[in-house]
Design a protein around this ligand. Structure first.
Ligand code: C5P
Length: 232
């Protein structure tokens, strides 16, 4: 699995996004587009970033009945993104339908990654709101197993969970890990963080890095530092 650094382009507009990407000149980082930018700018922002030669992780976290997710995934697949995701809570039939929708006539498809439990959900809210009473670590691993059973490529997880996910689901099951910070950087609102070098050691396949790059005085240098620590 090719290790890479994915920059979370958490900008509010196309203008801000392109001002940021213009800084990279010849380089073409893998970028993540989330709900805020996609809902503000629509699919054209995806097409434009693709035209500029970037790989794209479209982070829309689909969760609906299987038929709806299948049809929505077919639309995302035609946008030619490289990676997209859904909530494993939609269950195995929904995840299988997603793969069907995502698969192009020639058999290729973007990587499909599952969100297990959101990191904003803790044991107490999971028990109270969702009536799930198992330990949250086990729930996360069980959802990862369901994603694997459905034929997905991997999960979004904390770098701290990446090793356990590989133990349970195999080393080829992809781990995409946010919560990455430089050793000398600001942690901000992330609670459980790892440096790019630690994420590499523990076996993350892709790290998703936002503010340590987007808010850096020199974003290109910060990106190159991530590549050096994580990929080289
Ligand atoms: O700026 P920062 O590096 O914290 O950005 C991390 C990115 O990863 C954001 O786009 C955030 O929404 C996303 N993310 C996360 N934690 C999760 C899932 C996604 O930080 N559990």
């Amino acid at each position: 699995m090719g290790k890479d650094v994915i920059i979370a382009c958490d900008f509010a507009s196309a203008k801000d996004t392109f001002n940021f990407l213009d800084l990279f000149e010849g380089k073409k980082p893998f970028v993540k587009i989330g709900m805020e930018l996609f809902y503000a700018e629509g699919p054209e922002i995806v097409r434009e970033i693709k035209r500029r030669g970037h790989k794209i992780f479209l982070d829309l976290k689909l969760h609906d009945i299987p038929n709806t997710v299948k049809k929505a995934m077919a639309v995302l697949s035609r946008l030619d993104v490289d990676m997209t995701n859904l909530h494993a809570g939609g269950t195995v039939p929904m995840m299988k339908a997603a793969i069907e929708g995502l698969t192009r006539p020639d058999g290729t498809r973007p990587l499909l990654i599952a969100v297990t439990q959101l990191t904003s959900t803790d044991q107490a809210t999971m028990e109270h709101d969702l009536l799930i009473r198992e330990p949250i670590d086990e729930v996360v691993m069980h959802y990862a197993s369901c994603a694997k059973e459905a034929g997905l490529d991997g999960v979004v997880c904390s770098p701290l969970e990446a090793g356990k996910v590989h133990d349970r689901c195999g080393k080829d099951f992809v781990t995409v890990t946010p919560g990455v910070r430089f050793a000398d950087g600001d942690v901000g609102d992330q609670k459980r963080v790892m440096t790019p070098a630690e994420a590499k050691k523990i076996g993350s396949d892709y790290i998703v890095v936002g503010r340590p790059i987007t808010a850096a005085a020199d974003p290109v240098l910060a990106y190159e530092r991530c590549l050096r620590e994580f990929v080289d």
